[in-house]
Design a protein around this ligand. Structure first.
Ligand SMILES: *Cc1c(COP(=O)(O)O)cnc(C)c1O
Length: 241
């Protein structure tokens, strides 16, 4: 992927954001673009970061580690968006990850809290929900949102800032929309109970318009900017890999 292509792709995404915001009466400033940078070289990440972008998300600790030193020369905000194994918590905290978007289970949260206490740190999290109810997707059952949030709130080193989901991969827009609507509803329920879950991270290259229409505040874009990835996504989303 040439730098010129990357730049044009970012501009195309910005246009898509502006267009759907106009259509749905939202302000483009209320939708942040997170660059999903799995498999992308640090050279290309740096290039994208220099063009107005500040937010990146990685899926695997090994990749965060590999790129960390190289990216140190430029300011950016780093989120973790992949499935995190419980034994990787200590590693996660080494690399200035501001937000773990994929907090999907209590056991992981407790492990994180213990380590954060030990290091005297705090971290932002989004609660990840499985809104498509597919076995292949991680995330808490949205029906358990209140209990889940309540338990996480007991952990004083962890700040719940929002919710995250991966929509169904489907040609049916209505089925995809249903996932995003469910995350929005889950957010409303939690807001009503006093949780400050203001961020909604949903929408990717193929479905960002639907996500923005349904209230996304962060969209996570990879392939539409950096091109097709060398591995199938199951490599990133399968627990056993
Ligand atoms: C890879 C990835 C994205 C971006 O997907 P694209 O379809 O390439 O835009 C978003 N969210 C998560 C969790 C990802 O792993």
């Amino acid at each position: 992927m040439t730098k010129e292509r990357i730049l044009n792709n970012i501009k195309a995404i910005e246009n898509r954001i502006t267009k759907v915001c106009e259509k749905s009466g939202r302000s483009p400033e209320d939708v942040k673009l997170l660059l999903a940078t799995k498999t992308v070289s640090t050279d290309n990440i740096k290039f994208a970061l220099q063009y107005k972008q500040t937010l990146i998300g990685e899926n695997k600790i090994q990749e965060v580690k590999k790129k960390f030193t190289d990216l140190n020369s430029i300011p950016y905000e780093s989120h973790f968006i992949g499935h995190l194994q419980t034994n990787k918590v200590k590693e996660l905290l080494k690399y200035n990850i501001k937000c773990l978007q994929s907090l999907d289970r209590i056991r992981l949260a407790k492990k994180l809290q213990n380590r954060l206490e030990y290091e005297d740190k705090t971290i932002d999290v989004f609660l990840q929900f499985n809104t498509s109810y597919e076995d292949s997707k991680f995330g808490m059952d949205p029906k358990k949102a209140l209990t889940f949030a309540k338990e996480i709130k007991q952990l004083d080193r962890i700040n719940i800032k929002g919710l995250m989901t991966i929509g169904l991969f489907s040609a049916s827009q209505e089925k995809v929309r249903k996932c995003f609507k469910l995350l929005k509803k889950t957010q409303t329920d939690l807001l009503n109970k006093g949780y400050s879950v203001n961020e909604l991270s949903m929408g990717m290259s193929g479905d960002l318009e639907i996500a923005i229409e349904e209230g996304a505040t962060i969209i996570r874009i990879g392939s539409a900017i950096f091109g097709k990835r060398p591995y199938p996504d199951s490599y990133y989303w399968n627990e056993n890999k």
